[in-house]
Design a protein around this ligand. Sequence first.
Ligand SMILES: [Zn+2]
Length: 312
Amino acid sequence: MDRLKELVERVIPGKKENKLNKLDEAHLARQIRLAESSDPGVRKRAATEMAKLPSDEAGEALVKLVKDRDPEVRAAAAYSIRDIAGKARVPVTPVMDALQLEQADSPALFPLVGALRALGPGVAAERVVAEKLGWGMSRAKQAKIDQMIVLRETAAELTPHPVEVGPPFDAIFEQLTNEDPDIRAEAKDILAENRYVTRRLWSIYNELMEQEPRRAMLAGRVIGHRLNPRGLPKVKSEVTMHKVGVPIAFVKCACPYCGHENPNIPVPSPGLDVPYRGTRDRQGTAFTLPVLCDFCGSWFYIGFERDPRMPE
Ligand SMILES: [Zn+2]
């Protein structure tokens, strides 16, 4: 019933009322009081609880909490804002101000980006973060430019001879987890463009899923990038079978930290029809795979409601 109501409200704009029932209203009033506590743990729990109480009042309370003196509280408030953004009114400016003030290494930095993406100005939020962290090429430091050049030079060493694919391949593959998203993207482009490495990527994906799932998933995402450079939300395994002779399906999933939509995540083929979401832990999911976010570089899980490898 709630889902239906939510759907109707989404389809008929202006029909939103952002009101809670009496019980939830009392619960929210209590959380708003707890948000004033001197104990940061209590304030954090209150901020988290407000995600379940989407209303304009919760929105007001949460934009106060993104200015909290404790970064964990600010992060929790940002996560909750992202959750209620489509269902309640949340003032955008205080959230953008909070992001501007956030330190580069703060745990609240990417959650605030996620909140702003959900509220609208995601591109502006990304720009603020790129500036803070020295990402982007226009004002890149010499060391970063040098690193990019070395990557391209290494790429030239990739040849059809399997023996020689070894060291240059490994050096480039290593950079898929570089802390700078531009370098990660460059490494991904290089490997995706090079047809000599597809077989190697497939064997990593296929053989390492049990022992080194992160490495396997990185390889699978490069294959996805090769096949689907524009990042369409779903790619069926028949398509990959036809194009590169390997059967993997791909989906797109939003990062639970920064909200970035990550395309080309390799999943078992039936996974295309099972509901999933990006999660920070494995709770409440039947099957998870690790994913490295293209934007913020956090490892998160894509979590499925039921195990897509099992028949229904
Ligand atoms: Zn992210």
